[in-house]
Design a protein around this ligand. Sequence first.
Ligand code: ZN
Length: 418
Amino acid sequence: MLTAAKFLVLAALLLALAWVVGGLPGDVTARAGAYTVSTSTPAALLLLFLIAALFVIVLRVLGGIGRVPKNVAARRRTKRVVAGDIATQRGLVAVAAGDAAAAKAEAGRAAKLLGETAVVLWLRAEAAKLSGDAAGARAAFAALAAHKEMRFLGHRGLAEASMGEADHEAAGRHAANAEDAYPGAAWTRTQRLVLALQARDFSAALGLTREKNEVAALAVAAGAQVSAPREKLNFAQMALKAAPDFAPAVVEAAQALRDLGKVRAARKAVLSAWGAAPHPMLAEAWLAPGAAPLARAQDAVELAAAKPGHVESELVLAQTALDAGLVAEAKRHADAAIATGADDGRGQGILDALDGRPRTPGRSAWICDACHTTAPGWAALCPACAKPGTLRWRLPGMMLLGRASGTTLLGRASGTTL
Ligand SMILES: [Zn+2]
């Protein structure tokens, strides 16, 4: 609508101009040597207009001819970029599909068409990695590490390559550079955690995880690495904050308190944990190792009173009575342990010992949630898969139902679970 209005206005103006020009009086004479041209003023103006228009057209044609080589080059460049992009896309798909040969071929084609752009470098590195060309991958990642926008990917690739070659120092250096390039990246944190665990630097590892079971396990392990009781206590408390009543942490806290001369506080900590979640480790920490068997049996009564009727309470009473030669007491508590329905064989083992039979072993153990390996004792890292915080005290074959506050709920009622 607007265009039509503009056209009408322009046409009216041109008509008015033509009418004014057509009405101009007089004539124009031009002389060149012996030639003389004479015409009316409107015809002279029309001729002047035609000459100007012709001049503009000639100039535009000449300009267009001049731009031809430039345009041809630009078209060729566009075609090359499009082909390079297609090669890059095909290469990325080949990497994702695990097709090493195709990925390498497309990466080469993309490099030829686009040059060593950051994306092409990354594609080349991934393709080389996929085809087992470690040196090629390393060179491409190193070049990528110098790229302003994508240096995180370069350092990440170099860190992974160094880890694969067990060069933990270089891996740590590249992980730190990756953190610098992209602060707070989840990948970097995980990688640094793996490195700290490999170096058994539990204190550093502790700052790199927020998983409660990992924090609890690593804090206990970090506490075991320090000698100052106050520091040890701090780590144990950190573990207990992540997983309340976590037996290894309670044992560590009790040990630190004893070292600080706070024996009553140490006993209170163990007793309170027993009341919440009885565990054989706590019984061990409660009973004085050098004490007379009868004194230990009496001590066990105080501990068991914190959780009366629990299978672990009955078991500690039965075992200490057995050690003290209190046969009737030992039998009574072993029977009571079995009667709870949660005995893992240790109650039967005490009855076996009383009858002089080979002792039935207890079946509860520290078992890894991740790889299901049974560990000889509690450790921060699974001895088989090296994952932190995965060992849990439970019966083999138990189904994990879920976790709450660092406590594992098991499919079948049993003794302590953590
Ligand atoms: Zn494991």
